[in-house]
Structures are given as C-alpha cells and as structure tokens.
Design a protein around this ligand. Structure first.
Ligand code: DGL
Length: 268
C-alpha cells in the first residue's frame, strides 16, 4: 500500500498549485493528478453537478489507480462534497482545501481580510460555518465571488484574467495598513496562486497573500504517516496526469507550473 499513488484532483489546472506543494513535501511519492477540464469551471455550476463530478472522479481514482489517499485540490469541490466523499470512502485518507481564513485572521493587523473565491465556495454551508466561527469584533472578512476568473486562468486568456482580476480586487475595497484597510488577501481558489503576481500588483506590495498548498501537503503527510503508508525512504517520486479534457493543454500547464523532470509525466 505504501507504494500506491496519491490521487489529486481539481476542475482543471488549479490543483497543480497544490500538487507542487505536495511534491515538495513528499518527493518520494507517486502522484496521479486528474484535471476535469471538460467540465470546468465548477464554481458557477451548482452543488449537484460538482458532487456528481467529484464522486465520479474519486471512484475512477480508487478503482483504476488504487490510490492510497485522495487530495481534493479544489475549494469548490471540497465545500460541496467532502462530507459525501468521507462517507463513501471511510478508510481512505482524504484531504480537502478550504480558504485560509484562520491563518489570515491570525496575520491581519488592520482587522480587515479580503477573500477571493468561487461563487460555489462562498455560498456553501461549509464556508459559512468557517466564516461565522472566525469573524469577531477584531477581524472582518470581505468576500468576493470571482465569476469567470478560474475559467480565464484555465484558458490562459490573459485579457480576461487582467480585466477580471482588476475588477474583483478593486471591488473589495481599499488595501493598505491604515485601520480598516485590507492588509491580507486570501486566495480561496486553487487557480488563483497562478496569478499571484497580478493580484499582488493590484492589491499593493505590502498586502499579504495567503494560499493553502503547503498546509494541505503537511496534512497529507500527517495522515499517511499515521497509517504507516508513506512511501519507503529512497523511492523516487513520479507523476501521472489524467484529464477529461485536452491532454496537451494539461501537459503544457504542468510544464509551466511544476518542477517536472523529463519523463516524469505520463499522460493517460
Ligand atoms: N480550483 C477550484 C477551486 O479551488 C475550482 C475553480 C472552478 O472550477 O471554478 O475552487
């Protein structure tokens, strides 16, 4: 079992930002990454659709690839379906992602945090519970559903990326370090780290951007260690890329965003 792969999935290329952190944390592991590009983006599709896709992908990764753990590298899918996944696979170590509100609340000095995420994530009961549990008299969160932004990143549509990023960051309010200004920005969708430089430029240099790749990778390590299922020392890692969409587009995205050694990627 310790030599079985870890499954990672997202609606598209966004989860590669989490995969990069997983590969850095667990370099000896085999990974199978599934991009559901034929059905992306998930953020504006509604729960029933996202739940059906998530369960279908999990079934495929378990049945055809014998994964030993599953990382839902998608905030939208985690919000809609992680409970159902846990019920369907009670023995499989499962890690989801959620917007990093907790670290942001600890980091902010002005008490004002901006959150960029998909409409689906922000509308979910899971997000509402997280948000309601963390907002206090000291910390408030301004929430921005970013319709179309993950899709633009998925298509590498530079014009749409710039237009939408400016629109949503601008609509959040004033950024800075004066009381009441936003000094911390949560990237609550795994596609957004790929445009972190644009978001940083729009928000301003002193603003801190927070994403979730590393804590997710550390949680995956903890769960596998607890089950004695970490890859044995000295084993070399590998990556298989799977997609319901265009394989060459995923390959190009992986080449652009991952430290992929030649021959490490099998498209299937
Ligand atoms: N990358 C995903 C997320 O973290 C999904 C974006 C989308 O498909 O809308 O929410």
């Amino acid at each position: 079992m310790s030599n079985s792969p870890i499954g990672v999935f997202d609606s598209g290329v966004g989860g590669l930002s989490v995969l990069a952190a997983l590969q850095a944390e667990l370099p000896g592991e085999r990974f199978v990454y599934f991009s559901d590009a034929a059905h992306a983006p998930y953020g504006e599709r509604g729960d029933a659709f996202v739940i059906e896709r998530t369960l279908d992908i999990a079934r495929r990764l378990v049945d055809a690839h014998g994964i030993k753990a599953l990382v839902g590298a998608c905030n939208t899918a985690t919000a809609a379906a992680i409970g159902l996944l846990r019920a369907a696979y009670p023995d499989l170590p499962l890690v989801g992602v959620e917007p990093a509100l907790k670290p942001a609340a600890a980091a902010t000095r002005t008490g004002h945090v901006g959150v960029l995420a998909t409409r689906g994530t922000l509308a979910s009961g899971k997000f509402k519970a997280l948000h309601d549990g963390l907002k206090t008299d000291r910390v408030r969160f301004s929430l921005m559903p970013c319709d179309g932004l993950a899709g633009a990143i998925e298509r590498l549509d530079e014009t749409a990326i710039q237009t939408l990023a400016a629109k949503y960051v601008g609509a959040l309010g004033r950024f800075g370090h004066a009381p009441g200004e936003i000094d911390t920005l949560v990237l609550g969708c795994t596609h957004y780290p790929f445009i972190a430089a644009d978001l940083q430029r729009l928000a301003g240099e002193p603003v801190r951007l927070i994403e979730t790749g590393q804590p997710v990778a550390q949680q995956a390590r903890r769960l596998l260690a607890a089950k004695g299922q970490l890859a044995v020392g000295g084993s070399s890692g590998s990556l298989q890329l799977l997609t319901s969409g265009d394989a060459s587009a995923l390959d190009a995205a992986a080449g652009r965003w991952l430290q992929v050694g030649a021959g490490a990627v099998a498209l299937g």
